[in-house]
Design a protein around this ligand. Structure first.
Ligand code: CTP
Length: 426
């Protein structure tokens, strides 16, 4: 998404300007062409050399230098820019932008460019909350600017409140989303599930699986960066919520089923990458099971058939609903089933350790899917926890694609490419 994109990063005079160094570096590493423009006071915090070292390009700041070249340059930059990102945006620059002032290179480029504007305000909490700043931001939003809300936390002054510049990953997400908003999924609603479910045994223990959620999160971010409205239904994972994605955290398979069936009613595509637990304890104990009580694990005490032996005790499990399979069954019903507003493209995953192709093919048919992504989770470069995946894509028309090992982000791209062409046919 960022590859070869021409991005102008405007740096204002706030303490958070040092954090923009990492942003510029990450944008450059992602293949973007980054031109940095600094206000005079930004140079009091970070030297231009720091930014030019990261961007591998000259840094601009003085609009009034005697050769007149900078004055010409600001027009050229304004024309070539695909996004103007102001990080940090101070109250002063926000006020100038709201009122169309152009007294330095950052504000002059902002006025001269047709590129979308993204602002990441960072300042002392009272300045941020001041009605003047809020009114200026509202005006800029009305004109189409994207404002990445500052985080609430400890500020440089020592005070606590809103005004912290968000993490670089959040800013990168916001920039990617801005650049992709007219992409091939613009106007589409997609639902992605990710991570594994946790099925409680008692308040402290659960049955889970090794799903990291990386594939599902990559799918959600890719769809966002192609313009989709994304609902991400996620089991517990150690990943940050992606910027601009509607995240619904769930714990159990039953919660995931309810969230999915609710979210798909007006969606165009459902991609189920979650590793849903097929079984759950028949009944979760209300209190922590003590060593001596194990014989009742997972079952109502009244059932009472458990025989505790010398070394252990049985754990009673019951089937969880098959979310995708259940959907196929319900959609076939004229009454009482789930009513969808649009044709829903359905994509499933099959995590297998043996006979990958045969199992995958039968899951595609049984769950009536448009696409099934099969991976061999016994390989170290594929499946749970890995950053790469080796997948086969099974199509409803019988076609099978064998993709090479690639990063999960590229697998996500390949999957959405197929979904986009199916949506084009729908
Ligand atoms: N899935 C689901 N509900 C379940 C289990 C799985 O919706 N209770 C979805 C998964 O998200 C995935 C697909 O069905 O997209 C296949 O999941 P997988 O666990 O590989 O298949 P199962 O149908 O559970 O078959 P098995 O575990 O017997 O291989």
């Amino acid at each position: 998404m960022l590859l070869n994109k021409h991005i102008i990063v405007g740096i204002c005079g706030g303490i958070a300007s040092y954090k923009a160094v990492e942003l510029v570096s990450r944008l450059q590493q992602a293949g973007a062409v980054v031109d940095v423009i600094m206000t005079e006071h930004a140079e009091d915090f970070v030297r231009p050399l720091t930014f030019s070292t990261m961007s591998h390009r000259p840094v601009y700041s003085d609009l009034w230098e005697p050769s007149g070249q900078a004055a010409e340059r600001h027009i050229a930059l304004a024309e070539i820019a695909e996004a103007l990102v102001i990080v940090p945006a101070t109250a002063n620059t926000i006020a100038k932008l709201a009122h169309g002032m152009a007294d330095n290179m950052v504000t002059a480029v902002a006025l001269a460019t047709k590129a979308p504007l993204l602002l990441a305000p960072a300042m002392y909490k009272e300045m941020y909350m001041h009605p003047a700043t809020q009114a200026n931001l509202a005006l800029l939003r009305e004109r189409g600017a994207v404002v990445v809300e500052p985080e609430v936390g400890r500020l440089a002054s020592g005070a606590f409140g809103p005004g912290r510049l968000p993490e670089t990953s959040v800013l990168l997400g916001a920039i990617s989303m801005l650049l992709g908003r007219k992409g091939d999924l613009a106007g589409r609603k997609v639902v992605v599930t990710a991570g594994g479910t946790q099925e409680p045994i008692d308040p402290v223990r659960y049955i889970g699986n090794r799903s990291s959620g990386k594939m599902g999160y990559a799918l959600a971010m890719e769809a966002r960066d192609r313009g989709a409205h994304v609902t991400l239904i996620s089991g517990p994972v150690a990943l940050p919520a992606p910027y601009g994605v509607e995240v619904h955290p769930v714990m159990t398979a039953l919660q995931m089923r309810d969230a999915v069936y609710n979210a798909i009613r007006n969606a165009d595509a459902l991609v189920m990458s979650a590793a849903v637990a097929d079984f759950r304890p028949l009944e979760a104990a209300a209190h922590k099971i003590k060593k001596g009580q194990g014989e009742f694990a997972g079952m109502p005490r009244a059932a009472g058939q458990a025989e505790r032996d010398a070394d252990g005790f049985p754990l009673y499990l019951t089937h969880n609903p098959d979310i995708l399979g259940g959907l196929a069954a319900q959609l076939g019903q004229p009454e009482g089933g789930i009513q969808l507003q649009r044709r829903l493209i359905r994509v499933g995953f099959a995590a297998e350790t043996d006979d990958v192709l045969a199992h995958a093919q039968s899951k595609l048919v049984a769950k009536q899917l448009d696409l099934l992504i099969a991976n061999d989770v016994s390989r170290s470069d594929s499946g749970f926890g890995a950053d790469t995946n080796k997948v086969f894509i099974f199509h409803a028309n019988g076609a099978v694609e064998d993709l090479p090992v690639m990063p999960k982000t590229e697998v996500a791209t390949a999957i959405w490419d197929r979904v986009v062409s199916l949506l084009g046919m729908a």
